[in-house]
Design a protein around this ligand. Structure first.
Ligand SMILES: CC(C)(COP(=O)(O)OP(=O)(O)OC[C@H]1O[C@@H](n2cnc3c(N)ncnc32)[C@H](O)[C@@H]1OP(=O)(O)O)[C@@H](O)C(=O)NCCC(=O)NCCS
Length: 226
């Protein structure tokens, strides 16, 4: 687990993924860094309107941070101002950066957002471990993977969330999100290398890396070849 200090706050590093392949670019941003900045440098007018319509401050901040993480990352990769980076939302909810050839994904949770870009399919997810009703076990895990998951060398309280986060990263990479059930995604996790090999519901193989930092779990799934 790694931590960095910024603005007097201890921030968890949620993108400390081991052994990422070349060409995967990730960024983490914190609301404490951006709360006093002019959001119009990162959000379009339409996004600012969408943001203003959100009732909860956590949702507003998360939405803003997701755009900030992605646009600042793509701004560096494409050498253009963040405000000029185009983001289009597909009908499924998936974000696209048309014309650049980059596949992108983001996750936000309150005060933190993480974003990824690569020239192949990628998906990212971030979850804070909390109590999860056991009924969700069958929604998340297929019967055939329960023994494997039970044997993983992770805290009991983290086990289901680790699976959830890895599976959601793949479903976001596919662009379907939770329209497809997580128990149709099959995991094989290696806790030694903090990685996983994952079969999606269409039987395509994905690789993934994960990072556990206190009560936070992040996962990044990618498909360097199809
Ligand atoms: C993708 C999804 C799982 C994200 O859930 P979440 O854990 O609440 O949020 P995360 O922070 O992980 O990710 C949010 C981002 O995922 C992205 N996203 C949304 N739908 C997506 C999809 N189909 N594919 C890929 N990415 C998607 C968006 O960029 C979104 O951020 P934004 O709304 O600020 O643009 C969820 O939005 C989804 O699948 N929705 C469709 C199905 C649904 O509504 N199911 C509800 C039952 S739980």
């Amino acid at each position: 687990m790694s931590e960095k200090t910024a603005n007097g706050l201890k921030l968890r590093n949620l993108i400390d993924f081991a052994d990422l392949p070349e060409g995967v670019f990730v960024r983490q941003v914190e609301w404490s860094t951006y709360s006093s900045q002019d959001l119009s440098a990162f959000l379009t007018e339409e996004e600012l309107v969408r943001r203003a319509e959100m009732k909860h401050s956590g949702r507003r901040n998360g939405f803003s941070l997701g755009r900030i993480a992605l646009r600042s990352l793509l701004s560096d990769l494409l050498s253009m101002p963040a405000s000029k980076v185009a983001l289009v939302t597909a009908p499924s909810g998936q974000l696209l950066n048309p014309d650049s050839g980059f596949h992108i994904s983001l996750a936000h949770s309150g005060e933190t957002a993480i974003a990824v870009a690569a020239r192949f399919s990628v998906g990212i997810d971030l979850e804070e471990v909390r109590s999860k009703p056991l009924e969700l076990l069958d929604y998340i895990l297929a019967d055939s993977e329960k023994d494997h998951i039970d044997s993983l060398n992770v805290l009991d309280s983290h086990r289901l969330f680790l699976c959830w986060t890895l599976k959601e990263a793949v479903l976001k990479g596919m662009g379907v999100g939770l329209r497809s059930s997580p128990n149709k995604v099959k995991l094989h996790v290696d806790t030694r290398t903090q990685s996983a090999i994952i079969e999606d519901p269409t039987q395509q193989e994905w690789q993934a890396r994960y990072c556990i930092s206190g009560s936070w779990i992040s996962a990044l799934a990618f498909q360097t070849e199809k």
